[in-house]
Design a binder for this molecule. Structure first.
Ligand code: NAP
Length: 234
């Protein structure tokens, strides 16, 4: 039987990386990409046992040139994909008065425009019964001081996701939006502030819930998934 295919942006770290392994273990071929060669090589080394089913590219989701190259290569290999996980994300914290224009633009470009680039380019491969998962955040529903760029990108992503869901309904493509609270991944490493990493959710558990939500049900669309650490907002 032909294997299913999942495309996951930013599958070399954190929640995305956990999902890459879950898909591979369930017999799904995975295509992933991220910017850093070192991350890609590390992923390939760790997942050597799955080398026949894992395809990795180097690319920046905020570069239309990179996205076109990657999606062109995907289209040459596959007529359709079963899962698209828009996972790549970035953040920089700063008060609105001080945020650098380049940081603002980068966050919007990666978290919002990059999702549009990848989704638009892979739309022709999203056939009946396929699923798109977009990675939103607690910051898709609440604002926080110093988080304006990230919140703007994730609120925007939510609007994009809801429109995408309605456009793809007639094609029977399911579109899922995950609103995730603090999860202990590398995204926090360079964020200014003191963060209680021990109280955050574990990326493995978050990835499990997301994976099950998009792979285990057929007649249900889980429009929204909202996951929070037991201690609430950290
Ligand atoms: N962790 C949390 O608390 C949390 C909460 C809510 C939502 N989220 C969202 O969940 C998603 C995954 O986050 P995470 O916590 O797992 O982050 P992470 O551990 O930092 O992993 C991010 C992944 O995205 C890749 N990436 C970053 N910028 C990219 C770009 N411009 N183009 C392509 N790939 C890029 C990174 O690889 P390279 O560095 O090699 O590019 C890495 O593989 C993000 O959308 C994030 O906003 C996370």
């Amino acid at each position: 039987m032909k294997k299913k295919v999942a495309v996951i942006s930013g599958g070399t770290n954190g929640i995305g990386k956990r999902m890459v392994l879950m898909f591979l273990k369930s017999g799904v071929k995975v295509v992933t990409f991220s910017r850093k060669k070192s991350n890609i090589n590390q992923l390939k080394r760790e997942l050597m046992d799955f080398k026949d089913d894992l395809i990795c590219y180097q690319g920046d989701v905020s570069s239309i040139k990179d996205v076109n190259k990657i999606s062109g290569s995907i289209k040459k290999q596959f007529k359709s994909i079963n899962y698209l996980v828009n996972n790549s994300g970035t953040n920089v914290l700063s008060p609105i008065g001080k945020i650098k224009i380049k940081d603002w633009q980068r966050i919007i470009d990666v978290n919002l425009t990059g999702v549009f680039y990848l989704t638009q380019s892979l739309l022709p491969l999203l056939k009946k019964k396929s699923v798109v998962l977009n990675m939103g955040s607690l910051a898709s529903r609440s604002g926080f001081p110093n988080w304006s760029a990230y919140c703007a990108s994730k609120f925007g992503l939510k609007g994009f996701t809801e429109s995408l869901r309605e456009e793809l309904r007639p094609k029977e493509v399911r579109v899922v939006h995950a609103e995730i609270g603090a999860t202990d991944t590398g995204i926090w490493d360079n964020l200014e502030g003191k963060w209680d990493r021990g109280s955050m959710m574990k990326d493995l558990e978050v990835a499990h819930i997301l994976f099950d939500s998009i792979t285990k049900v057929k007649s249900v669309n889980i429009d929204e998934i909202f996951l929070m650490p037991p201690n609430g907002v950290l």
